[in-house]
Design a protein around this ligand. Structure first.
Ligand SMILES: Nc1ncnc2c1ncn2[C@@H]1O[C@H](COP(=O)(O)OP(=O)(O)OP(=O)(O)O)[C@@H](O)[C@H]1O
Length: 267
């Protein structure tokens, strides 16, 4: 799999009279892992939805290798190139693990076309990559939240996209699986745009990060440039101390508990 160049060019999102996102420009060079950060309700999911065509931008455009994703590519062409692991709970009731993952091949040949052996090999590989070999015939609805997330990642991998959109992909995952998922995705070599709440995961895995507040971009750059205690205090309203990760040298944040001092005073 190879990455595409993704550009969000002055994207605005409006639903009814609410302007959810204003004039956001984000460049994701091919093969980079780009983080989208910001408090609850800052517009991250709304922005990501424009990239996987769940929501049309109200202004601006989303460009994939220079082509307008909405106006120059068909839905199927876009689906061959952009996969998503979204936040919404999945309701694939009645399907097995393997059937859910196999749906990732649909944009490549249509729902009713004959399956090639290459399709089966891609699905088998995706199942193995997320560590679900042996679980192919289990009902999807009977899986735990974390197992479902791995199945949906496998479906996205089976799609063989050049851009992967992740919206809070580590929800429901234990720490080992969180790190494993992000390392796996980073190793794919495709372009990734990921909304992340965990700023330390963003610092560890992202090449660049973009910080949203109230639907507008307030900072962008490397994690080291953006994740400063001053900006974190300003945007998230918390005190953070920043240290260098002892192994990687990347920024690592330690958050202060604002309740602690008064507890000590009262004891
Ligand atoms: N369909 C809609 N109609 C009206 N307002 C909406 C709609 N969808 C989202 N919003 C509002 O838009 C704002 C941005 O929501 P969005 O889900 O994009 O934020 P977010 O940064 O992804 O939040 P979170 O971190 O909580 O997932 C919120 O105030 C939300 O209530």
């Amino acid at each position: 799999m190879t990455g595409a160049v993704l550009r969000l060019d002055n994207v605005g999102v409006r639903i009814g009279s609410a302007q959810l996102v204003r004039d956001v420009t984000i460049d994701c060079p091919a093969g980079t892992f780009v983080g989208l950060l910001g408090p609850n309700g800052s517009g991250k999911s709304s922005l990501l939805r424009t990239v996987y065509r769940a929501l049309p931008p109200d202004s601006g455009a989303v460009l994939l290798d220079g082509q307008d994703l909405l106006r120059e590519l068909s839905a199927r062409q876009a689906a061959r190139r952009v996969a998503v692991l979204a936040q919404e709970p999945a309701h694939e009731i009645g399907f097995t693990v393997e059937e859910v993952i196999a749906a990732g091949r649909t944009p490549h040949h249509g729902a009713w076309a004959r399956w090639a052996s290459a399709d089966r090999a891609i699905v088998t590989q995706a199942v193995a990559t997320v560590g679900l070999t042996g679980h192919e015939h289990r009902p999807f609805s009977a899986l735990s939240g974390g197992e479902k997330q791995r199945v949906l990642l496998a479906r996205a991998l089976a799609q063989q996209p050049s851009v992967l959109i992740l919206d809070e992909p580590t929800n429901h995952l234990d720490i080992g699986t969180q790190l494993g998922l992000l390392a796996l995705v980073r190793g794919l070599g495709i372009t990734v745009l990921a909304a992340l709440h965990d700023l330390n995961l963003a610092a560890a895995y992202c090449d660049r990060v973009h910080l949203l507040q109230d639907g507008a971009l307030v900072a962008h750059g490397t994690p080291g440039e953006v994740l400063t205690p001053a900006l974190i205090a300003d945007v998230f309203g918390v005190t953070a101390h920043r240290v260098a990760h002892p192994d990687t040298g990347r920024p690592h944040l330690i958050f202060a508990d604002p309740v602690s001092p008064s507890r000590e005073d009262n004891s």
